[in-house]
Design a protein around this ligand. Structure first.
Ligand SMILES: [Zn+2]
Length: 108
C-alpha cells in the first residue's frame, strides 16, 4: 500500500504526506521541515487521527485506508496513549485554573 496526501500547513505551504505499508509495518513521511528532520508533525498526526481538515488533494476519503492500515500496529496503540494523555492534560489544566480561582477567592 502506498498513499499520498497533499496537506496545507499553517502558513499556507503545501506538504506531501506519504504512507507505505509493507509486511505489516506502516511508515510515513512528510515533506515539511519537521517531517524532514524525523520529527512528528501535525500533518501526519492529523491524518493518523482521521482528521482530513488539512488535506488539499482530492483523496480525503482515503484517510480511512490509513486508519485501517494502522489498526493493529503499535501506531494505533501510541495514538490512543497520546489521546488519553492529551485529555488528562486538558482536565489538569481546567483543575489548575479552577483551583487558582478558589485560592484567589479565599485570599479576598
Ligand atoms: Zn509535516
Amino acid at each position: 500500500m502506498k498513499l499520498t496526501f497533499d496537506c496545507i500547513g499553517s502558513k499556507g505551504d503545501i506538504y506531501t504526506v506519504t504512507f507505505h505499508k509493507s509486511e505489516g509495518n506502516v511508515h510515513c513521511e512528510c515533506t515539511c521541515k519537521a517531517g524532514k528532520h524525523g520529527q512528528l508533525c501535525r500533518h501526519r498526526i492529523d491524518i493518523l487521527k482521521g482528521n482530513p481538515a488539512s488535506i488539499t488533494s482530492d483523496n480525503k476519503s482515503s484517510i480511512s485506508d490509513v486508519i485501517y492500515a494502522i489498526k493493529d500496529t503499535e501506531i494505533g496503540k501510541y495514538l490512543l496513549q497520546i489521546s488519553q494523555l492529551e485529555t488528562a492534560i486538558e482536565v489538569a489544566q481546567k483543575e489548575l485554573v479552577f483551583t487558582k480561582k478558589k485560592l484567589s477567592a479565599t485570599l479576598r
